[in-house]
Design a protein. Structure first.
Length: 549
């Protein structure tokens, strides 16, 4: 197999519960995925990333796993998974699975045994501590629910949960736990999967003695003591050896990581990951979390893009994404719903022509937008409930709901909008969750009919990337860094250059080419408007010019 094959690829992320229902029970499933594989292939992607398919009580919709070696019955079974995997491979699509091993469900058999006593074979599978002077073991906050410790009367101890109460953290310092992780990896690799996206993998090694957190860090005061922990590279090296046996690839999620930290995982003697998801560019309209909002600032977005492009160039490989299951819809954030088609297609251009491996999240390719439900009780996302009941409590209900409308992960998890029929063509049954009422206008079938649709622009960009060495390998240079209306950058490789011009303005802008390109004849290869005007950019217009030296 070609080394570093992932560098030439683009991936499509499936959050299966809302993708497509193949058996009519209102829940997306593997039968639906099987039916839609030709559509996925038609996008121009080369692989699929499945968010968790495993059995789960769904406290965090799949990220609380109760059995790592099976398929959730809502989605099918191992036999159906194998059919999907085999068909995907026959279409030339690789498949990667979500590997969630920072924590399990509190209904996993390991935890059910662990909490029974302090001296059984599973008692040290999780992080248990006695209280201190009638208080919690330390002052860490949970990222999802209050404090990071939950009392268990059976053991008369507290267990650590960085995320929800029903997501107890595994004790990765226990060699038996690491062997369990390797066994899980081999189980799926033996079935033929091509790699893993490793959830919050930089959190799996906690600091010795679990010291108190830093009070000035809101909602994540313990972060310095569980991110990039003391044994992280040692443990990931063990998992890396498993993947090397199968020539699979590993993509790690690194919340709040820095370029320097990322490079320690992606390069050098401790190289343990091929790619890493960072979050820097997801904070251009918020502080730390989407619930703590601020006005969108293009310069912040551009700074994050350019920082990572420069830091990793020639040393490691970037991941490119604007949406996933953990973030609200990007048109509702960085684009403009009033300029739905233009801003959605411009956003595609702005990131797909950077250097790295692109990821497209289901519904992103048709410009799905945030949903606005009337009451917090209608939302199912555990982090949305935590935010609503924890922060800005002096604000009115209306103001707090505005924050939920803008920030909830549920907006990324509404059912996929396939057509304008009942239930958006997602199911013949009752949908498991609310469907965005704009589905009659925003859906795959409608996008297929429009010549300059967001969907068709994604296909054009992905097809162009696949056949362009400069789009794949070219060096990156940003222009006009101080502009809060334009994002302009160049890619250069051998004797070719690409100039990417993206307007984030609701108004037409005068546009004169970058000085170094004036007088040179460039070919316009991508534009999201049918009749581009010389010297002017329309609202949210995007252009890609190709130049030869």
């Amino acid at each position: 197999m070609e080394k570093d094959w992932y560098k030439r690829m683009a991936f499509y992320q499936i959050w299966i519960r809302s993708f497509y229902d193949g058996n009519g029970d209102g829940i997306g499933d593997l039968y639906g995925v099987y039916e839609k594989l030709p559509y996925i292939k038609s996008l121009g992607v080369d692989g699929i990333w499945f968010s968790p398919l495993y059995p789960s009580p769904n406290a965090d919709y799949g990220y609380d796993i109760s059995d790592y070696k099976n398929i959730h019955p809502d989605y099918g079974d191992l036999e159906q998974f194998q059919k999907v995997l085999d068909k995907a491979h026959s279409l030339g699509l690789k498949v990667i699975m979500d590997l969630v091993v920072n924590h399990t469900s509190d209904e996993h058999p390991w935890f059910l045994e662990s909490k029974k006593s302090r001296d059984n074979p599973y008692s040290d599978y999780y992080i248990w501590r006695d209280g201190k002077n009638g208080k919690l073991p330390n002052n860490w906050d949970s990222l999802f629910e209050g404090k990071a410790w939950e009392y268990c009367p059976e053991r008369d101890q507290y267990y650590l949960h960085i995320f929800a109460k029903k997501q107890p953290d595994l004790n990765m310092d226990n060699p038996k736990v690491r062997e369990e992780v390797k066994s899980i990896m081999r189980f799926w690799l033996d079935r033929g999967v091509d790699g893993f996206r490793e959830d919050v993998i930089t959190f799996i090694s906690k600091a010795d003695n679990l010291p108190d957190g830093l009070p000035f860090i809101p909602a994540a005061n313990g972060l310095p003591f569980y991110k990039d922990g003391p044994h992280i590279h040692e443990y990931l090296a063990e998992f890396r050896k498993v993947c090397e046996e199968y020539d699979c690839f590993q993509l790690g999620e690194g919340p709040m990581t820095s370029t320097r930290s990322a490079l320690s995982y992606l390069t050098g003697k401790h190289k343990s990951l091929d790619l890493m998801f960072h979050f820097d560019h997801m904070f251009a309209d918020c502080i730390f979390t989407e619930y703590m909002q601020r006005p969108f600032h293009l310069r912040s977005l551009k700074h994050a893009f350019s920082k990572w492009q420069k830091a990793l160039n020639g040393r490691a490989w970037n991941t490119l994404y604007l949406e996933n299951h953990d973030h609200p819809r990007v048109i509702s954030r960085y684009g403009n719903e009033r300029y739905h088609r233009a801003s959605g297609s411009m956003l595609a251009v702005c990131y797909l022509f950077q250097q790295g491996t692109p990821f497209v999240y289901q519904g992103q390719e048709i410009g799905m937008t945030n949903i606005k439900l009337a009451s917090i009780d209608q939302y199912v996302d555990v982090s949305s409930h935590n935010n609503y009941h924890t922060f800005h409590l002096k604000d009115s209900v209306e103001k707090r709901m505005e924050r939920i409308h803008a920030s909830s992960r549920d907006s990324a998890r509404t059912p996929m909008q396939w057509d304008d029929s009942k239930n958006a063509g997602f199911t013949t049954g009752k949908p498991w969750f609310y469907i965005n009422p704009n589905y009659r206008k925003i859906n795959v079938a409608a996008e297929e009919e429009q010549p300059f649709s967001i969907l068709k622009l994604y296909r054009r960009c992905l097809r162009y990337r696949k056949n362009s060495d400069v789009a794949l390998w070219g060096d990156y240079k940003e222009y006009d860094r101080l502009s809060n209306q334009l994002y302009v950058y160049k890619r250069t490789y051998q004797q070719k250059s690409l100039l990417i011009v993206c307007s984030f303005s609701t108004h037409s802008l005068k546009w004169h080419n970058i000085k170094e390109f004036r007088g040179r004849k460039g070919k316009l290869v991508i534009c999201n408007y049918p009749n581009p005007v010389h010297g002017m950019l329309k609202p949210y217009e995007a252009r890609v010019y190709e130049y030869k030296e």
